[in-house]
Design a protein around this ligand. Sequence first.
Ligand SMILES: Cc1cc2nc3c(=O)[nH]c(=O)nc-3n(C[C@H](O)[C@H](O)[C@H](O)COP(=O)(O)O)c2cc1C
Length: 467
Amino acid sequence: MVSHLDTSADFSWPSIIQGGMGAGVSDWRLARAVASVGQMGVVSGTALDSILIRRLQDGDLDGSMRRGLKAFPYPEMAERILEEWFVPGGKGPDNPYRLKPLPVVDMNRDDEELLIVACFVEVYLAKEGHSGLVGINLLEKIQLPTLPSLFGAMLAEVDVVIMGGGIPLAIPGVLDAMAELRPVALKLNVLGANRSHDHKIEFHPGTHISASQEPLKRPCFFPVVSSETLAKTFVRKASGHVDGLIVEHFTAGGHNAPPRRDGAYSERDVCPIDKIAALSLPFWVAGSSASPERLREVKALGANGVQVGSAFACCEESGITLEIKKEIAEQYFSGELEVITDFRASPTDYPFKRVDVKANSSADACRACDLGYLRHIFEKEDGTLGYRCPAAPRKSYIAKGGQAEDCEGRRCLCNGLVATIGMGQVRRDREVQPLVTMGDDLSFLDSVEREASGLPTAKSVVDYLLS
Ligand SMILES: Cc1cc2nc3c(=O)[nH]c(=O)nc-3n(C[C@H](O)[C@H](O)[C@H](O)COP(=O)(O)O)c2cc1C
């Protein structure tokens, strides 16, 4: 099946993709700001169900969530969510957020609906008022929400699905089937599973839509790759059409592909751009690429452009709290900023770029995750499935069959990342500590135009990159 964008005629891809940044860093506002000036805006699809219900519990003060909900094609579904989660005027800063159930394999209908609607709302709002391109970013490592999330984004006519954090070979085929409203399934990664056991998650679009629902547009699919071998694997083995590639260098913000050797990166981990160009697919280069010189350089090597994360994360429009963004800029200008490639922090076991900030640093470092997106799924002796996270309290992790050494140095990314966008859970009257990620290279701050706040806008980052 071909993707819905007619890339054959006068179409040309933008030079800049604003990278998807979870959780809630690249929200609809940032993606819309980027897409409005003719580049590609990408919303993060990570934890959007929790983010939607937290925005509603904060009172949805500017009405944007309710505007998005109103546009959802099946009003009863949106109304159920509004009724359940909206708190007029907001819950008050000292009250904890009410939680949805943690993600599980046999998700109930309400939880599927919440994911569908949340992803619809985010993409719908990002696409509002312009004709630019909008993508959604999902992570292969977070499997349980993937299918309903894709469906919600497709109901909002998302243009591109970008997926990193693993090797999502099955997704192109899923997009083909979903566009035709056919049932879909994904093989689950289950630790310790008996080979003869076939664990999968299933999703039936028909459960949520009316018989008159028209087929959906099939978005383009861009996997994030870090090597030529992986890029070739996608071209040869993906379950359907791959429309482009994001080639990400290990200096990029967020999670990085693990180094090939010895727990340290070397030249061997640098993906040769000319070899990617030989695959004849559109591609964008990510990681330390936020400069006009780098954009020209990669284009000369055959790339369509760059995918930029950190520079957009520092913009006024990103989801990170103003306090944290200002502190990062201040740390950078005073020479104090240290970006650590932390090989232990993430429960995914992927290296994770971390910046320590003072904002709220005395608050509770969360060990008891109440969001659960990064839990590992494991097979118990009786063949049923269990869930455990190495960033959770050690005792409970070990009681579920995990090894004590797995817990060393872990951080609760789920709660920490959501605290970074100002929606941290309140524990013992205080918000949990934020956990901030940035790429290695923030030198764009020296050159990009900044506002009175000390921060750039998405348009100023785009203008700078195209200058
Ligand atoms: C705050 C932040 C969060 C990120 N989260 C994700 C994510 O959820 N999924 C993903 O594929 N990439 C994520 N990334 C990577 C970006 O999409 C992008 O590829 C990367 O930031 C490019 O490198 P740069 O930071 O040097 O510009 C994140 C980056 C940052 C800075």
